[in-house]
Ligand binder design. Structure first.
Ligand SMILES: [Zn+2]
Length: 115
């Protein structure tokens, strides 16, 4: 990530070039998936099962999605865990690039050079 201090030392031409590179590096937005992976041990609730003695099942992987104050867990089947992990990583890259582009545009606004 680039700080505002970095940006203030660049020319308008350099800012626009950096913005163009960031935009060109953006991944296909179809990968977008928000949340983070958590793994949990679970009790199945069946009477007499070993989990009632504290030997829990799992670990199972869940996608944790926070919206406002609420958190939701969505079960992720084991064979999808890797692809979900990839999507989350790419989503982080997209968000970082968009934040960097926004910072450049903010700098251009401050210089009255936003096009
Ligand atoms: Zn059980």
């Amino acid at each position: 990530m680039h700080t505002d201090a970095d940006l203030s030392s660049l020319s308008v031409r350099q800012l626009r070039a950096r913005r163009r590179r960031l935009a060109a590096s953006l991944t296909d937005p179809q990968v977008n998936l928000e949340g983070s992976l958590v793994s949990q041990m679970r009790r199945c609730g069946k009477e007499g099962c070993r989990c009632t003695q504290g030997e829990l099942h799992g670990p199972y992987v869940y996608l944790s999605i926070s919206r406002d104050a609420a958190r939701r867990l969505v079960y992720v089947p084991a064979k999808l865990a890797d692809v979900v992990r990839q999507h989350l990583a790419l989503t982080e890259q997209i968000e970082a690039s968009l934040a960097a582009i926004s910072a450049i545009n903010l700098e251009l606004v401050a210089r009255r050079q936003l096009d």
